[in-house]
Design a protein around this ligand. Structure first.
Ligand SMILES: [Zn+2]
Length: 254
């Protein structure tokens, strides 16, 4: 079945008469995810989450279109981890500028970026592009913050953790190594405590904070937990996408 809200699947026959309300751009990364998850973990999650959320929005009567997932992200802190591919933030801005230029010329004024990777930081990019393209309404979202993770998962973490492992067991179990291969995802924190309090920030050198590249113990992960989280988060994202579809960008505040 060709999904009409997935640009990579649809065709000119369908699009020459179409008028979309919202463009969704998933952005991932290509990087090691503990020993047991594939390098494309963030991209696979982004593909599935945006596709399902777009389906939800479409069923409600919205007209979103999902662009292909951009597969490389900011991995400046993983320069010594084999084949983690880094795009610099300035490169991301250049790519995004070209995409926004197309949308702006064609009158597709609503764009939402879906961030599938913690190293991507879209806020300064969105500010700059909003300033350069005043007709555009550009926003972004990321999924782990959309719900209270503690209601779904037992272990904390932010990379190849219980949540990501559960999602991958649900989405692509064929790409997850068997449990005895899973690392513990143990990680070190900065000695300077301010960096752990949320108000001071420095990049972590990944190879020095984690042996297996994971941050967060994956061992309580399960397919069922992944499925439950996936269904709930895509419902929430789908509603957000629908609201963006129908929003009047000249009347956004109350
Ligand atoms: Zn990830």
């Amino acid at each position: 079945m060709i999904r009409p809200y997935i640009l990579a699947e649809t065709n000119w026959e369908a699009l020459k008469e179409e008028s979309f309300e919202l463009v969704i751009l998933p952005w991932g990364a290509t990087e090691a995810h503990n020993y047991h998850l594939p390098y494309a973990t963030d991209n696979i999650q982004a593909d599935h989450l945006t596709a399902e959320a777009a389906r939800v929005a479409w069923e409600k009567g919205g007209r979103p279109i999902v662009l292909p997932t951009l597969p490389f992200g900011v991995n400046t802190g993983q320069s010594d981890i084999y084949l983690d591919i880094n795009l610099n933030p300035s490169t991301q801005l250049a790519i995004l500028t070209d995409i926004v230029e197309v949308l702006n010329r064609q009158g597709l004024y609503k764009l939402v970026l879906f961030n599938g990777h913690g190293g991507n930081n879209f806020k300064p990019l969105v500010r700059e592009l909003g300033y350069k393209f005043p007709k555009m309404f550009i926003s972004f979202c990321s999924f782990p913050q959309a719900l209270d993770k503690g209601l779904y998962f037992e272990e904390e973490g932010d990379h190849a953790d219980e949540m990501e492992t559960s999602l991958m067991l649900h989405l692509r179990p064929d790409l997850v190594l068997s449990r005895e291969k899973w690392g513990m995802g143990a990680s070190k924190k900065f000695k300077i405590k301010s960096f752990s309090e949320g108000w001071a920030w420095a990049e972590r050198k990944w190879s020095e904070i984690s042996e297996d590249t994971g941050v967060g113990n994956p061992h309580k992960a399960s397919k069922e937990k992944g499925e439950r989280f996936f269904n709930d988060v895509t419902q929430k994202m789908g509603h957000f996408f629908y609201e963006l579809c129908k929003a009047d960008t000249k009347d956004l505040y109350e």
